[in-house]
Design a protein around this ligand. Structure first.
Ligand code: HEC
Length: 151
């Protein structure tokens, strides 16, 4: 029995080593972002910091990769979230959205934050500084609320 366990562990270890040789393509862009939400709208600095710290890794063209996020299978998992997240909402491209789409995304940002759906739980487990305090959440919610009154 013990021999069996050892073999399984060794097998898992080998698999872990092997998958490190299949890295993902990183979500990085050197291009300027003239349509970024911070240019398209008046975003107060503290709200923008919240977006940059807690959302941009999955919702922009530039993810910050700490060393541990480069280890497989974590980075596959992350790449999947980035692809999906960017498709739904890309802060770097916000200015290119139609007015109507911008409005609906702003509403969606507020509801996702209010319901603690975003940032994704699996992400805040590892990126501790990305979780939002009540005060931070309120800041974003107030900003969206005021903004939508004039949209
Ligand atoms: C770890 C990656 C990740 C992070 C970090 C993250 N998101 Fe998301 N987000 C996703 C994924 C994946 C989806 C699409 C699937 C879903 O809705 O769960 C999504 C969907 C959304 C949507 C829905 C878009 C729509 O059209 O309804 C909004 C809004 C959103 N995120 C806002 C945010 C905000 C605001 C933050 C930061 C406070 C944030 N997200 C942080 C991955 C992420």
């Amino acid at each position: 029995m013990k021999k069996y366990v050892k073999k399984i562990l060794l097998g898992l270890f080998v698999v872990l080593i092997v998958i490190q040789f299949f890295p993902v393509e990183y979500n990085r862009s050197e291009e300027a972002t003239p349509a970024d939400i911070s240019t398209a709208l008046q975003v107060p600095a503290d709200v923008q910091t919240i977006f940059t710290t807690s959302c941009y890794d999955c919702h922009s063209n530039n993810t910050k990769y700490p060393w541990y996020s480069k280890i497989q299978p974590g980075s596959w998992f992350m790449a999947n979230h980035i692809a999906e997240g960017k498709e739904e909402l890309n802060f770097n491209e916000f200015g290119n959205y139609s007015k109507r789409r911008q409005k609906s995304k702003l509403k969606s940002i507020a509801s996702q934050i209010k319901d603690d759906e975003m940032p994704l739980f699996s992400y805040t487990l590892i990126h501790r500084n990305a979780s939002l305090s009540e005060a931070q959440k309120q800041k974003v919610l107030n900003w969206v609320k005021n903004l939508l009154e004039n949209y």
